[in-house]
Design a protein around this ligand. Structure first.
Ligand SMILES: [Zn+2]
Length: 488
């Protein structure tokens, strides 16, 4: 038998379902064998005392993207995916963001070029539709879905990006017709605008008022409206960054009705609260993201929703802006909270934060950590079993964790280009020390060994998650619609 190119020996392998002592034999780019006492490989990694886990799959990251505020976020594909790799993440789904008036095909081409030049981990794109014209929906979307971009994203808020209900329905219907999935940033735009104006009028301009300007009920309302729209056209959806107990409850109810509503949350909603925005001067801007962090009780509700399966995964929503005039302070030194870009870095810290909370502190087990951070996102977005798995035939994307290693987050060690960490002084236990991407060691001994552009595009077809239920709304059913001529 052909020798292994690499054997990871003596570690504890964990998947979304099992934990076992096993060697991992790798040939070329894929996992060729799992077992005890595997033959020697050309190269060996001693993993005794360490955990051998699938590389993380981060299904929500903004990279080199033109933001709602009109500025490009601070990372290139090279710096963002480098940060990802150091944090144990080997697959990233970022965005190809169409703004109003832009040709979607060109937009996707441009993001391809940026990623081809810079990415050091494998990647795919969700296509953001801010201008769902007939030409975009009828011509570009079918061609691009065919080309392997099987997920769309829309915003229900942000002036430059948002779609109204009619456009939302158009996008959902186009996704259904083309077998694509739809991800949504769902908040009530009117409520945000209305309360923001009142806050500013009253002189409440500091970053902390951002947390007040996105009402909790605005999340629950938008989820409800979105779910109703999706049900009308029978299109499965993914609700991004759930932040509140009320939001999670809406999702639970919809899933209880058998609807294909999937949802994620992010570390910032599990570990931060509105109080983190309450800092002197503009400092709080570093913790401004949308929707904002809520209360301790929401954190508990979100963990509970994850545990019950109402939420299926935890992404980073990496949206990096430096705390200077290129980013958070682009509107000058005295901006109101409305003039500060929303978002914070997360690609590097996502896995260590969750590992610490879930595994080191014993709240959940290793298998659920793997499920929520790698396997579930890979399954939902059509990347499994190539990604998000340690299995024979899967890509050898592996993070070897030292479960005892303690790391304290600090601005000085940040790998992305924001140059700040939202977690200063926080010490986590457990860190990915060696990271493999398709059988190549890309992080070892604290150094990256992967040329920019060595990451690969992952064409996807939407999987089970995106398949309609086959529930026809009465308005589309010839038995109940007076035989109306109405394309579903
Ligand atoms: Zn986002």
């Amino acid at each position: 038998m052909q020798p292994f190119d690499l054997v990871i020996r003596g570690g504890t392998v964990a998947t979304a379902t099992d934990t076992m002592r096993a060697d991992v034999g790798i040939r070329g780019e894929t996992i060729a064998a799992l077992g005890l006492g595997l033959d020697r490989g050309s190269r060996e990694i001693d993993a005794h005392g360490e955990l051998v886990l699938p590389g993380g799959v981060d299904s929500h990251a903004h990279i080199e993207q033109l933001s709602a505020a009109g500025i490009v976020n601070s990372d290139s594909f090279e710096t963002a995916t480098t940060a990802a790799a150091f944090g144990g993440t080997t697959t990233v789904i970022s965005f190809a963001a169409q703004h109003v008036g832009m040709d979607l095909k060109k937009v996707v081409e441009e993001y391809h070029q940026l990623a081809e030049r810079g990415a050091v981990v494998d990647y795919a794109f969700h296509m953001i539709l801010a201008d769902p014209t007939e030409a975009t929906l009828a011509k570009d979307v079918p061609a691009l879905v065919q080309a392997g971009h099987s997920s769309l994203k829309v915003f229900m808020t942000y002036d430059r990006l948002r779609v109204d209900d009619e456009q939302l329905l158009d996008v959902l219907a186009a996704a259904r017709d083309n077998g694509a999935f739809v991800c949504v940033h769902a908040e009530n735009h009117g409520m945000i605008t209305w309360i923001s104006k009142r806050l500013l009028k009253g002189g409440n301009t500091a970053p902390k008022y951002h947390a007040i300007s996105h009402p909790r009920v605005g999340e629950a309302e938008a989820f409800t409206r979105l779910i109703a729209c999706a049900a009308l056209v029978d299109q499965p959806i993914m609700i991004f960054h759930v932040s509140s107990a009320e939001g999670a409850a809406v999702i639970r109810q919809a899933r209880g009705q058998g609807l294909k509503v999937f949802a994620e949350t992010c570390p910032q909603y599990l570990f931060l609260t509105r109080h983190d925005l309450d800092k002197p001067g503009l400092e709080g801007a570093k913790w401004m993201f949308s929707p904002p962090a809520r209360e301790k009780s929401d954190q508990e509700a979100l963990w509970q929703a994850l545990a019950l399966g109402d939420l299926q995964l935890v992404s980073s929503d990496h949206a990096p802006y430096a705390f200077d005039k290129t980013g958070k302070l682009a509107a000058g030194n005295n901006p109101t909270f409305k003039q500060i870009a929303n978002g914070m870095p997360g690609l590097e810290a996502r896995l260590p934060l969750l590992f610490d909370a879930m595994v080191s502190k014993g709240r959940f087990d290793l298998n659920r950590f793997v499920a929520w951070t790698a396997t579930e996102p890979a399954k939902i977005y059509g990347l499994h079993p190539k990604k998000g798995a340690i299995a024979i035939g899967a890509d050898a994307d592996i993070a070897i964790w030292d479960p005892k290693k303690k790391v304290t987050f600090s601005d000085a060690t940040v790998k992305d280009r924001t140059r700040y960490t939202p977690w200063p002084g926080r010490t986590v236990t457990g860190w990915p020390t060696t990271v493999l991407r398709r059988g190549e060691i890309i992080v070892e001994n604290g150094a990256l060994d992967a040329p920019p552009g060595s990451g690969r595009f992952l064409p996807r077809t939407a999987g089970w998650a995106a398949q309609p239920l086959g529930r026809i709304a009465p308005e589309f059913d010839p038995r109940t619609n007076f035989k109306a001529t109405l394309q579903q």
